[in-house]
Design a protein around this ligand. Structure first.
Ligand code: Q9C
Ligand code: ZN
Length: 660
């Protein structure tokens, strides 16, 4: 078999970025041209092509990096090792592929599998891919190598116990992990972390260790509610393992493509790394697919080589750096070569490469991360804290437009609020609220602080009708409302009421509400646009009262130990754009700043941007309001002197009938 030839790790003089006196890490590489023989039977193009591993190998050589590694030849997996995770029938099936004389027999087998091609070289490649990862893992576990990268194909993570799929024949990483745990107890490897950053869910690996607490499986992948390959629920964040393995399976499902360094690193910082610290693995395997890389034709994500290098670097802090990378997917030859190089440079502890300018995670990324943390925090206490508003909103790309019908705008509005707040911190010498609102002591002292700040609460729905809004302040039950409101702790009425129009779209959605019964409730698009105009009634209330309104709108108690929307949140609205999604997961869990009126911020509460998308796609239904509910809006507009009855009816009709 053609081998790349063994050479010992050469020492390259003063490796930058390393503490003098540190020995050069011994980094293993496995590459074998034989694995290129697995190819499509008729030479058709296929993304999982032999050149994938060739270009990686060439890149490492050209960069002078392979020369600094310990290059090992491949070796074939033993059947008994494959059978640690695969059914015997499956092993035999893969073995039999090479003995078939004719392509049509292989094509028949392949045609019954999901996303698999087979040729005369497939068996050998599959055996070499799995065997190479076993060999590398063994040497790392023994301490003969510090870490390494197996540049193998076919990939493995989709392969299940009895099923080849998704370009995968044997589950290379699972075989090797199981080998260490079951065949080499003498090496003392008791806990293994498998990280799968391939853009697809590692369904095979997940299933093989589903009930096994010795293996913590972490996969981050495009999921899109089960629509992305391999489709279904397996990659959902609710899939946490079972029996003794419960809590040892972690899925971070992206709702969309386009995820990049910031999104992946957020998953690292807020899920994987804290869990890895608790789990404290003896060895780490990395299912290193590079199909989340920028320009990948299948992945649609945009992780850069820099992003991969940072993710890997963060993992090197665990298991004394004993980490085994195995190639999985990755279909842009240039991207996978560059990403692989960046990773090997990290293994060698070279100086950190340069990255692109800072970017921020998507809002949907934070949603996924919060869902995972919530689902898994009973198993991993380090996930228990709520992520702060400050963190989540340092970034949300927020094109908020300040337009109002008033003429009081705007340059020094920021200064106004800052002045107001600095006054406040003089009065409140603890003043820690702005710095870190996660560490507030549980107390009701927040009320006193927030009572000193005024905001305009802008209502576009039933709250435009003043008696209805007053229920949220004074308590009680207005006509048509099906429940009694507790009101705010501070029952003083609004200091002022004014009307304005804002360039936002009013619409009605959902099936029914607890408060008003059947029919859609009012929302406004958090984003402004140039066409729509929404009438809003602004009530000047304190930030304390605003919190009580927000809580009641979202079905929370008003006697909470901490505010939902605190001073830090208010500052964010002012400083960093104007959409702040509360960690509430409810209909009105989004606070939008519409601008200022006499230096006081105008806040409204509506649905999230992602909910708007779901309304548009029909995933959440658009619905006209029930008659009684529409009438409260109309009454508000009429009694407020804003519109005539006819105008108000036409206005509501238009919001109902115009497509989103
Ligand atoms: N409509 C790996 O990256 N796509 N496998 C099939 C069928 C299969 C990817 C699409 C993607 C498999 C290892
Ligand atoms: Zn993949």
């Amino acid at each position: 078999m053609a081998m790349a030839g063994e050479s010992s790790g050469k020492k390259i003089g003063d490796c930058d970025g390393k503490v003098a006196g540190n020995r050069q890490r011994k980094v293993g590489l496995i590459y074998d041209e034989t694995m290129c023989k697995h190819d499509t039977p008729d030479g058709e193009d296929h993304p999982e092509c032999p050149d994938r591993i060739r270009v990686i190998w060439e890149k490492l050589q050209l960069a002078g990096v392979s020369q600094r590694c310990v290059v090992l030849g491949s070796s074939k997996a033993e059947d008994k090792h494959l059978q640690l995770v695969h059914r015997k029938d499956h092993v035999n099936l893969v073995k039999s592929i090479s003995t078939k004389q004719k392509d049509y027999r292989r094509n028949r087998i392949a045609s019954q599998l999901n996303s698999i091609y087979l040729n005369g070289g497939s068996s050998e490649a599959a055996y070499l891919a799995a065997g190479s990862v076993v060999k590398l893992a063994e040497k790392v576990a023994e301490g003969e190598l510090d870490c390494g990268f197996a540049i193998v194909r076919p990939p493995g993570h989709h392969a299940e116990a009895d099923e080849a799929m998704g370009f995968c024949l044997f589950n290379n990483v699972a075989v090797a992990a199981s080998f260490l745990l079951n065949e080499r107890p003498d090496l003392g490897v008791k806990k293994i972390l498998i990280v799968d950053w391939d853009v697809h869910h590692g369904n095979g690996t997940q299933k093989m260790f589903w009930k096994d607490p010795r293996v913590l499986f972490f996969s981050v992948h495009r999921h899109e509610y089960g629509g992305f390959y391999p489709a279904g629920d397996d990659g959902d964040y609710n899939m946490v393992g079972e029996g003794p393995g419960e809590g040892f399976n972690i899925n971070v499902p992206w709702d969309q493509g386009r995820c990049g360094d910031a999104d992946y690193l957020a998953a690292w910082d807020h899920i994987l790394i804290p869990v890895a610290r608790e789990f404290n693995p003896d060895v780490i395997f990395l299912s290193a697919g590079f199909d989340a890389a920028i320009n990948d034709p299948l992945g649609g994500c945009c992780v850069t080589p820099y992003g991969y290098s940072v993710m890997l670097k963060k993992l090197m802090e665990f298991a004394q750096g004993k980490i085994v990378l195995a190639l999985e997917g990755g279909y842009n030859l240039d991207s996978i070569a560059k990403s692989s190089l960046a990773c090997v440079q990290v293994l060698l502890e070279d100086k950190q490469i340069q990255g692109p300018p800072e970017a921020y995670p998507f809002e949907s990324t934070w949603r996924a991360i919060q869902a995972v943390r919530k689902r898994l925090c009973t198993y991993w206490p380090s996930l228990a804290d709520e992520l702060s508003w400050k963190l989540i909103n340092q970034k949300t790309p927020t094109p908020i437009i300040l337009i109002s019908s008033s003429d009081s705008e705007t340059e020094d509005d920021a200064q106004g609020l800052l002045d107001q707040m600095s006054k406040l911190s003089i009065e409140n010498p603890q003043g820690t609220l702005l710095e870190n609102h996660q560490v507030e002591p549980a107390s009701t002292s927040w009320r006193a602080d927030l009572a000193k700040v005024d905001v305009w609460y802008a209502s576009f729905g039933s709250n435009m009708w003043k008696p209805r809004f007053l229920c949220y302040i004074q308590g009680g039950q207005v006509d048509g409302l099906k429940k009694v409101c507790v009101g705010s702790m501070d029952k003083s009425p609004p200091k002022e009421t004014v009307w304005e129009t804002f360039p936002h779209r009013l619409f009605f959605g959902r099936e029914s509400s607890v408060g008003w019964g059947v029919g859609g409730v009012a929302f406004t698009n958090p984003l402004a646009n140039l066409i729509d105009q929404t009438h809003m009634c602004l009530y000047r209330i304190t930030l304390e009262q605003f919190n009580d309104v927000l809580s009641q709108e979202n079905g929370l108690n008003v006697d909470s130990d901490s505010p939902v929307f605190d001073l830090a949140a208010l500052q964010l609205v002012d400083n960093k754009g104007s959409i702040l999604e509360a960690p509430l997961n409810s209909w009105y869990g989004n606070v939008v700043c519409l601008g200022k009126e006499r230096d006081i911020p105008i806040l409204t509460m509506t649905c999230t941007l992602s909910a708007v998308e779901k309304f548009k796609s029909g995933e959440i239904p658009i619905r006209p309001p029930a008659k009684a509910y529409a009438n409260t809006l109309i009454r508000g507009l009429v009694e407020g002197g804003r519109l005539s009855k006819e105008e108000a009816e036409a206005y509501i009709d238009k919001a109902v009938s115009k497509p989103l």
